[in-house]
Design a protein around this ligand. Sequence first.
Ligand SMILES: CC(C)(COP(=O)(O)OP(=O)(O)OC[C@H]1O[C@@H](n2cnc3c(N)ncnc32)[C@H](O)[C@@H]1OP(=O)(O)O)[C@@H](O)C(=O)NCCC(=O)NCCS
Length: 159
Amino acid sequence: MATARPQDHVMLLRGEFDDLDDVMAVMDRAFDPHHGEAWSRSQCAGILPMSGVSLVLAKTGGRTLGFSLHRTISDEAELLLLAVDPEAQGKGVGKMLLDQFEDSSGEQGASRLHLEVRDGNRATAFYEAAGFKLAGRRRRYYRGNEGERIDALTYVKTI
Ligand SMILES: CC(C)(COP(=O)(O)OP(=O)(O)OC[C@H]1O[C@@H](n2cnc3c(N)ncnc32)[C@H](O)[C@@H]1OP(=O)(O)O)[C@@H](O)C(=O)NCCC(=O)NCCS
């Protein structure tokens, strides 16, 4: 897979285990550790070999600007993680990755897309603008770095 947008030289490329250093660098910069949304390196490494899991990197030159991690099982797909380096946010990279999630999930047979996001994360507006509908709330799902519990909102999009 290599999706290019020549106007901004950002390419989407399939990621592998060897890309986890880049993934963790973006993860550390994009997620506020206060909220407990980021995954650890071992969580990422553990899920990568699983069936239906895809890691996608947004790159320009040799630099990784963002990534998505998603999984398709039968007709359901889940966006597990999406993050863009703060320096690269607001330039359409997140939307490129979200569109790739939707397109590749559809190609693999998914008809329903799922994601969850921390209640209070401004990314909810980003997902709603992309057609995701609020479907539920998981109470006390995230644990912040001071032990506080934060709800997750679940979103669904039918494609
Ligand atoms: C959410 C995130 C991935 C968006 O990536 P991005 O590259 O900044 O988004 P884009 O530039 O592609 O924005 C696409 C659209 O969403 C809007 N948007 C992006 N982030 C937004 C936000 N936080 N609040 C409101 N709208 C937002 C943009 O205005 C844009 O709309 P437009 O096309 O009408 O101008 C990025 O902000 C991020 O990494 N956040 C931290 C990690 C995180 O919380 N991830 C989500 C939970 S897994």
